[in-house]
Ligand binder design. Structure first.
Ligand SMILES: Cc1cc2nc3c(=O)[nH]c(=O)nc-3n(C[C@H](O)[C@H](O)[C@H](O)COP(=O)(O)OP(=O)(O)OC[C@H]3O[C@@H](n4cnc5c(N)ncnc54)[C@H](O)[C@@H]3O)c2cc1C
Length: 397
């Protein structure tokens, strides 16, 4: 693809930039992507984008997508990352939405797609279970047919932000006698249905980001089955490819590198700005080289998506490299702020707190971010599993 912007693309960039400047909620500026926000804060930008018709750039136009080219989508990500915008959460837009418009029936599309686009309905992902993470096909939650309902029993875990969820998409075993992958179904569940209990799990940085979700005799209408019974594994894998390609976060990491450069110009080692010391300069340069390589890989994926191909096993490459870079960024940021990263500063720089931090503002949250980002090489399928996928599906080993 041609990476020089045409006059039309520059005009598009200016339009997007002006829209973000004029419409991004002022109270969210500077908060970035955080797990401890309220439901309203999480959804605020999503709702504004929904009204504008810009909440799902990757969807086909006929289902409410923007019809943008891959370059326009690249510009869109860059412009949002410039202001560290809190983007729509992936569970509706990047995960269940594409499954519904690809495999769902007309009633399901009409019922669920508008709420996803508008940011009115919050979705949760009910895949993992204790004992069924990497080996997802060994999941044990059952859905047993009883008249025109399924009765679901089991336990899901790591359900991200399910404390806010209106609906969940669950993988359930509908045929215990079939081979592991063949007896699974993809079922949409209203989270207010009796029998669902969401219990918090606290992460290492102290946030309530994930949950255990218990399902006891949860009665779900049969019409909530997506596609065919026992064929859910196909839809589940399709969803994972979408999930993984979205995890790369290139535009945001580029902004993180800029921020790191700025911190390393202000922090010193024996009187020399860190950015001018050979060792730190080399680390930042290596990070930037890797990020540039990833950016080109992502652009190639976007271009092939624009040509009608969905994300395939290549999304595993984006997932591994993107998450490694995100982790290295938080490691280097923590290294750069040194001792200032040590105080527990949660709550210091947002929600109107006027407490003065121990170190400069940029040091707040550097330890929290470092710890929180350990998750990225685990979620969406661990990076070891992505390497297995690459070796099998891409290298044919
Ligand atoms: C913050 C966070 C949010 C999450 N959100 C959700 C969510 O919303 N919904 C949801 O359903 N799930 C969610 N997950 C779960 C996530 O998908 C799983 O944690 C992940 O798939 C790994 O599974 P596991 O934790 O059971 O680890 P295990 O599968 O037990 O793996 C343990 C270790 O063994 C390695 N390993 C396992 N098998 C192999 C193999 N064959 N070859 C090489 N190495 C292997 C793994 O890489 C890992 O290092 C989330 C996880 C985290 C950390």
């Amino acid at each position: 693809m041609n990476l020089e912007f045409s006059p039309e693309e520059i005009a598009f960039r200016d339009e997007v930039r002006a829209f973000i400047r004029d419409n991004y909620p002022k109270e969210l500026v500077g908060l970035g992507n955080r797990e401890d926000l309220t439901r309203e804060q999480f959804l605020a930008w999503h709702k504004i984008l929904g009204k504008k018709g810009w909440s799902a750039p990757a969807w086909p136009k006929k289902y409410g997508g923007t019809g943008w080219t891959s370059t326009q989508r690249y510009i869109w990500s860059e412009e949002n990352a410039r202001v560290d915008a809190l983007m729509p959460l992936p569970f509706g837009i990047s995960m269940v939405g594409p499954v519904i418009y690809t495999f769902g029936n007309e009633e399901q599309k009409a019922k669920h797609l508008p709420g996803i686009l508008a940011g009115d309905v919050w979705w949760a992902q009910g895949y993992s279970e204790p004992g069924a993470g990497s080996d997802l096909a060994s999941l044990k939650t059952t859905a047993v047919r009883d008249g025109d309902h399924y009765v679901i029993n089991g336990q899901k875990t790591w359900t991200t932000l399910a404390q806010h969820a209106d609906w969940g998409f669950f993988l359930c075993r509908t045929d215990p006698s079939a081979k592991a992958q063949e007896g699974i179904s993809f079922i949409l569940v209203d989270m207010k249905t009796p029998g669902i209990e969401v219990r918090p799990i606290k992460l290492i940085d102290g946030t309530h980001e994930v949950n255990e979700t218990w399902l006891t005799d949860v009665r779900v209408p049969v019409e909530n089955l997506v596609g065919k019974e026992n064929e859910g594994w196909t839809y589940a894998k399709f969803l994972l490819a979408h999930e993984r390609s979205g995890i790369a976060g290139v535009a945001r990491s580029k902004r993180g590198v800029e921020r790191l450069r700025s911190i390393a110009s202000q922090e010193t080692l024996d009187g020399t700005p860190l950015i001018k010391t050979d060792e730190f300069a080399r680390k930042i340069s290596q990070l930037e080289i890797d990020l540039t390589a990833l950016e080109f890989t992502e652009l190639r994926t976007l271009a092939s998506e624009a040509a009608g191909k969905g994300p395939g096993p290549e999304s595993s490459i984006l997932k591994i490299k993107g998450t490694e870079i995100q982790q290295r960024l938080t490691e280097l940021t923590l290294e750069a702020v040194g001792n200032y990263g040590a105080p527990y500063a949660r709550g210091m720089d947002h929600f109107g707190s006027n407490e003065i931090g121990v170190g400069p503002d940029y040091s707040n949250f550097s330890a929290d971010a470092y710890f929180n980002m350990r998750k990225t090489s685990i979620y969406g399928g661990s990076n070891e599993i992505q390497r297995n996928i690459i070796s099998k599906m891409i290298l044919g080993l």
